[in-house]
Design a protein around this ligand. Structure first.
Ligand SMILES: C[S@@+](CC[C@H](N)C(=O)[O-])C[C@H]1O[C@@H](n2cnc3c(N)ncnc32)[C@H](O)[C@@H]1O
Length: 344
């Protein structure tokens, strides 16, 4: 069993993305989830920071964390460091005091502390109850019968760090690319969307409304082969510049209408697209018809899809035969909410 430290503010969305690279992902508290196993592609997740092999869950006090660690079997040798976090500042716990107290337990058990280059990092994650849909008193607990956690108090998860995700989104802003237009999707969200559609090695992912190519770049960065199309020649030229400058692997681009994709039936793995936002885009014809046609074409060429828009396109997707697994709402700013529907 593992504990995952989620990123961003929307745990439902982070859990959905994490479930593409971990099994049985279950939210337990604000910013935390458990998982039964980690799978290939874990390091590509945008909305998970890290995973630790779970020692156990306990209440949100330093005393209960110390008690849990004292009672735990530790099948490790080498140097250690303790990293405590007040996840999303939801508990007010004194993390330095927690690190000292837990460090003392490890020293008493014969470990040497090495803060710079430890062999093992003990994570002590203290989190409040927001989002704690799975933390219930009584019943089956992920700790396998250790302390019953009062959901009102939140949770402390102790675990040994085993994996960290690649966090290079912050230094890859769309404004730094050769071709940029306002409205370009931020890289972390684009990464999560291509993960949700199943992008990875040996997959081919289409964005038939590629704009500046943000989704294609992230598909390429997780080793999928991206194919992009856009009705505007300017966008195809700009995306070509971006992909040439920023992707090492193969990619393909065409100019064309998302309602007539130049690909054979069932020929690719997934389709992602960020539909035009009614109030800012100059589009020819009716936006509803355009998106309906694009969704139907997506279903013809692939079995998985993610559609993004400034409104939910879930109903339109169902009308052309997709099953909508989930729809997430993400506030971008005061007057823009993005709706993200995951399609099968
Ligand atoms: C919201 S933007 C995509 C933004 C993109 N995700 C990015 O990060 O730059 C929508 C794109 O759809 C394109 N588009 C509009 N109508 C289209 C159509 N019928 N077929 C293909 N592309 C179309 C527009 O040219 C625009 O580039």
């Amino acid at each position: 069993m593992y504990v995952l430290e989620l990123a961003g503010q929307d745990d439902g969305f982070a859990v959905a993305e994490a479930a593409t690279a971990a099994s049985d992902v279950t939210p337990i508290a604000a910013g935390l989830a458990t998982a039964r196993g980690l799978e290939a592609g874990f390091e590509t997740l945008a909305f998970t920071h890290r995973a630790a092999e779970l020692i156990g869950l306990t209440g949100v006090t330093i005393e209960s964390a110390v008690a849990l660690l004292t009672a735990a079997g530790i099948d490790r040798t080498g140097t250690v460091a303790v990293r405590a976090r007040d996840v999303r500042s939801t508990t007010g716990i004194d993390t330095q005091a927690a690190e000292r107290a837990l460090g003392d337990v490890l020293v008493e058990r014969g470990f040497t502390v090495d803060l710079d280059d430890p062999d093992h990092v003990l994570q002590a994650l203290f989190a409040g109850r927001d989002g704690a849909s799975a933390v219930e008193s009584g019943g089956a607990s992920p700790t396998g019968g250790q302390d019953v956690i009062d959901p009102d108090d939140g949770v402390c998860a102790l675990g040994w760090l085993v994996a960290e995700t690649d966090r290079d989104f912050a230094d890859r802003q769309p404004t730094d690319r050769p071709f940029f237009q306002p409205g370009s999707m931020e890289p972390a969200l684009a990464r999560a969307i291509v993960n949700l559609v199943g992008a990875g090695p040996d997959t081919t992912i289409l964005d038939p409304m590629c704009g500046t190519g943000g989704l294609l770049l992230e598909a390429g960065r997780v080793d999928a082969t991206p194919i992009g199309g856009d009705v505007q020649a300017k966008m195809v030229r700009g995306t070509r510049e971006n992909l040439r400058a920023l992707l090492a692997g193969p990619w393909h681009l065409y100019r064309g209408d998302a309602g007539r994709v130049p690909l054979a039936d069932d020929s690719i793995d997934g389709v992602v697209f960020d539909a035009p936002y009614g109030r800012q885009s100059k589009i020819e014809g009716d936006l509803d018809d355009l998106v309906a046609d694009a969704l139907a074409e997506a279903r013809r060429v692939a079995t998985r899809g993610v559609v993004v828009g400034d409104r939910s396109w879930a109903g339109a997707a169902e009308r052309v035969g997709w099953t909508v697994e989930a729809t997430f709402e993400r506030r971008v700013h005061r007057s823009l909410v993005r709706y993200i529907s995951v399609l099968r």
